[in-house]
Design a protein around this ligand. Structure first.
Ligand code: UD2
Length: 313
């Protein structure tokens, strides 16, 4: 049976995807350099883990040889990390992605579903981000993610490579780690609430995010791959892309209150710190194109997703 290759499959999103694919009876091969991912994330999931980098075309060539398709999630995921480590971020997020696209072509035009990001939009003002908008990334991370979308489009035209870029908004869920300077805001707030620590808020806390549960992200990826394989609406798949979002903005102040409420803790004080550079103020996506393309809309409400993360054990 042909396997699915997941780059970054030992990471937060990748390991959830591996679990779902394995549960569906698929063979899963994970390529991960274990810089951010962890082998333990894959405990209990039937898989083959290859420790290596998307910077290494030889490893990619070997792993795509009998693959049915590629889920490309390996990336440097933090906006702040990519500001602090510009060239390393560019190498991981752009050059690494080019290696993946090239390997997909060489293996016979394997379909590729890859993680793009809401960061491609930049600051849209108080408007939902739609795919018809002019993208204006305000961080190297967003610029690099947009560059990959443009490259995927060119690969479609030049090589006929089917690709789908999913513009993930802010993904959260169980297994997301709080213990790094670059950790996402939800695992940080959950950790604070558990430890009875104040929530650090960068800026005025009025900035909003569209929080999408990882289970919905996994459904979007698998649905996208299935539709691409079935070649439904083929023109959409040559450099195709769409948001994966709920359409609901939540401010950081609302988020802190929701985390405290769901955990049943007294509201933690907010420790306001200067805003971060490259930080988008308003972010919420328009889910219409995703619904048209994938026939799917995220269904996990924030309170429900937080409650699941906060379950003991
Ligand atoms: C997230 C993703 C990124 C990208 C983007 C798309 C992570 C780590 N990054 O970037 O990959 O896809 O979403 O929209 O998941 N904040 C605080 N206190 C904290 C931590 C963060 O106030 O302790 C703020 C931060 O300044 C920002 C917001 O919370 O305004 C969200 O920050 P983040 O690092 O969770 O995610 P973001 O949107 O930079």
């Amino acid at each position: 049976m042909a396997h699915w290759l997941i780059t970054g499959g030992a990471g937060f999103i990748g390991s959830h995807l591996a679990r779902r694919l394995a549960a569906l009876g698929h063979d899963v091969v994970v390529l991960d350099n274990l810089a951010q991912g962890r082998a333990e994330n894959l405990n209990g999931i039937p898989h083959r883990l290859v420790r290596g980098s998307i910077g290494d075309p030889a490893i990619l060539a070997e792993l795509v040889a009998d693959a049915a398709g590629i889920y490309h999630l390996a990336a440097r995921v933090s906006v702040q990390d990519c500001i602090a480590n510009l060239m390393a971020g560019h190498a991981d997020n752009v050059i690494g992605s080019l290696n993946v696209l090239q390997a997909a072509v060489a293996a016979g035009r394997l379909p590729v579903v890859y993680a793009s990001s809401a960061a491609v939009y930049g600051d849209t003002g108080p408007h939902a981000s739609t795919e018809t908008m002019q993208e204006r990334p305000i961080s190297p991370y967003g610029a690099d993610k947009l560059a990959v979308e443009h490259h995927a489009h060119a690969f479609g035209l030049i090589h006929g490579l089917p690709t789908l870029g999913l513009r993930f908004f802010n993904v959260y869920g169980s297994g997301q780690r709080p213990d790094s300077a670059y950790a996402g805001v939800i695992p940080r707030f959950v950790d604070n609430a558990r430890a009875g620590r104040p929530h650090t808020v960068f800026g005025d806390g009025q900035q909003s995010r569209d929080f999408v549960h990882v289970d919905d992200i996994v459904t979007a990826m698998i649905t996208g791959m299935e539709r691409m394989q079935g070649r439904q609406t083929p023109e959409a798949w040559l450099g195709g892309f769409c948001n994966v979002c709920t359409g609901i903005p939540t401010s950081l102040i609302e988020l802190a209150a929701a985390v405290d409420r769901v955990i049943g803790a007294v509201p933690q004080p907010l420790d306001f710190q200067p805003a971060r550079k490259g930080d988008i103020h308003y972010s919420a996506g328009d889910p219409a194109k995703m619904q048209a393309l994938l026939g799917f809309k995220p269904g996990v409400a924030l309170d429900q997703g937080l409650a699941e993360m906060l379950k003991p054990g």
